[in-house]
Design a protein around this ligand. Structure first.
Ligand SMILES: [Zn+2]
Length: 603
């Protein structure tokens, strides 16, 4: 079964279709490029071209072993686009492995339209009120209002509305002109970018250098502390020891004697190598690499629609359990709260959707059993492998969870289901620097998913899930897909928390890796998990007093459960908020009335 992972999974029928098309001469190798065409390289797989008449094409390479159907689906959302793509690539030359296929802009999915626009018009900006298109005449002639309307609203005729909204006098545009496309007119992909842009603004740092090397400059604002406003925000560090250590280094480097009394406007110097990639200078190799990966993985978003979640398998993992308590801070035990939260999520999903929920850890009684402490018998929780694992060892407990998740995916695929209807969520509460608070979602950063991994020996060999597929590795496509799909889902979770008024991490709520003690990695539960859409949700930070108090409150946990379910419904094209607020909240609240009794009786 090991061979089932990796490049070997590519579909031979897909390859056959390409070959057939080639043999009948439907596809060309190098697409015909009109004169005066400007081509912008997005990544090794993607380019965007703009011709003299301002017509735009995406030039994309099929991924290794990608069939035509899959290629068309990935780029367009629309199977009927196959014909248009073949027409645009008319001719009889051979398709070389490295050749690019031309896809007309009007056929692209919203996501790829956005990628194309960002590549051709990097100066464009957005905020809640709309998209601000900067006329730059990339192919020589200024782009017309018609074209602008066509690109951003999907209909050229809407140029009139754009003109009216912006009181634009002339029908002709000129270089340097800024045309606003009102938010309500934008295609969904541009509209959501506009909404995202209205989240806390990113700060551009200035840079300088001294004998110790290059640094970024940040001027402290009124009321800002070095820990949160500088270290957490710009270096991405969140664990207490890391934050304190970095704060001390930065203070020394900047000539700050007392970190509690830094004057407003003081120049704080942050070494470039400590900066998170997005804050580094534009020519920094790590920043370039990060942006490239971001664009490439952004090709993979969920396209499955299942508004009632029918056919969706949701693998729900409550972190810790049994002997593994997770973090305990101020009497609040992570394992208990996460087990109880998972029960709430399961109950909501059963009530409001048709998703099939599989919990990785279970106690003796079902979540629906409402006798005393029934929803919270986390102490008897076991990982539901065959046979179950008692959680004697926390690390083995994590390994068994991803083995179990992979077995669920195999079962789904065997039954004719697909990975894009399967979602994995692991629930945790973090223990970070006390200044940090709110939700943080980890996704599997593609660059951390290389190599092959597996466990053997006791206690692993005795579990069916391990014997069936002992080792795991990922193909290039699977790595890209994992980061892309997981980010797509993570964005839905963040949006759902925001809408629900729940605390979020201030600066970077979605992270592709953990940074701790000078190392970077993806948590094992995501690293070896083969379910394409998989996230680890750190619901809040137990070391932050406000977060801790919230987590102990049933109404907060209920809101978190609703936000998660709502995000899942949104991910599959439904209206999550409406679904989770539809009916009485009573039954979900009930188990917690017993909470005090539970606490008193627990060892
Ligand atoms: Zn945890």
């Amino acid at each position: 079964m090991d061979g089932a992972v990796g490049e070997g999974r590519a579909s031979p029928p897909g390859r056959l279709i390409w070959r057939l098309l080639l043999s009948v001469g439907l596809l060309t190798g190098a697409a015909p490029s009109p004169a005066n065409e400007r081509v912008i390289t997005v990544s090794s797989e993607l380019r965007v071209s703009i011709g003299e008449g301002n017509e735009i094409f995406l030039l994309a390479r099929p991924l290794p072993n990608e069939g035509l159907e899959a290629f068309v689906k990935r780029l367009t959302d629309d199977p009927s686009a196959k014909k248009a793509i073949l027409t645009a690539n008319g001719g009889a030359r051979l398709l070389r492995r490295e050749a690019f296929v031309r896809v007309p802009y009007s056929r692209l999915s919203g996501n790829f339209r956005k990628i194309a626009m960002e590549a051709v018009f990097p100066a464009d900006t957005a905020d809640v009120t709309g998209w601000f298109h900067h006329v730059t005449a990339p192919a020589g002639r200024p782009e017309s209002l018609w074209r602008i309307a066509e690109w951003f609203t999907g209909d050229g005729r809407r140029y009139k509305e754009i003109r009216e909204a912006g009181h634009i006098g002339s029908l002709e545009t000129e270089k340097g002109q800024v045309v606003r496309i009102p938010a309500e007119m934008l295609l969904p992909a541009f509209r959501s970018a506009a909404v995202a842009a209205s989240a806390p603004a990113e700060v551009a740092l200035e840079f300088g250098s001294d004998e110790k090397g290059k640094y970024g400059v940040y001027r402290l604002q009124r009321g800002e502390a070095l820990y949160s406003a500088v270290v957490v925000r710009f270096t991405g560090r969140v664990h207490a020891a890391d934050v304190n250590e970095k704060a001390a280094e930065i203070a020394a480097r900047s000539g700050i004697a007392d970190v509690r009394a830094i004057p407003v406007g003081y120049v704080v110097k942050i070494p470039v190598e400590d900066l998170a990639p997005e804050f580094r200078p534009p020519d920094d190799p790590e920043r370039i690499e990060e942006e490239r990966a971001r664009l490439e993985t952004a090709q993979f978003v969920n396209r499955v629609r299942a508004t009632d979640l029918s056919g969706v398998t949701f693998v729900l993992d409550a972190g810790h359990g049994g002997r593994d308590t997770g973090a305990i801070v101020g009497g609040i035990e992570e394992a208990r709260e996460m087990y109880e939260l998972a029960c709430r999520v399961e109950t909501l999903l059963a009530r409001h959707t048709r998703a099939s929920v599989i919990r990785t850890v279970k106690g003796e009684r079902p979540c629906s059993d409402r006798r005393i402490d029934s929803a919270v018998d986390w102490r008897s929780a076991r990982v539901m492998t065959t046979p179950p694992y008692d959680l004697e060892d926390a690390v083995a407990g994590v390994n068994f969870r991803w083995y179990l998740a992979n077995a669920v995916l195999r079962r789904v695929e065997k039954g004719g289901g697909s990975g894009d209807r399967t979602v994995f969520v692991s629930l945790h509460a973090d223990s970070l620097h006390p200044a940090v608070r709110g939700l943080m979602v980890y996704i599997p950063g593609e660059k951390f998913l290389q190599g092959t991994y597996g466990k053997s020996g006791a206690p692993y060999d005795s579990r069916r899930e391990v014997r069936e597929a002992p080792r795991v590795s990922f193909s290039y496509r699977e790595r890209m897909q994992a980061e892309g799909m997981s980010r797509d889902f993570a964005e839905k979770i963040v949006a759902s928390f925001r809408t629900g008024g729940l605390p979020l991490h201030d600066f970077q709520p979605i992270r592709r890796n953990v940074i701790r003690s000078g190392r970077e990695w993806v948590p094992a539960i995501l690293r070896y998990n083969r379910i394409p859409t998989r996230v680890l949700v750190e619901v809040c930070n137990l070391n932050n007093p406000e977060d801790r108090q919230l987590l102990a409150t049933p109404s907060y946990r209920d809101r978190v459960a609703r936000a998660l379910v709502s995000a899942l419904v949104d991910f599959y094209g439904g209206k999550g908020r409406e679904v989770v607020t539809a009916t009485s909240e009573r039954a979900v609240e009930e188990p917690d009335k017993q909470r005090k009794a539970v606490r008193d009786s627990s060892p």
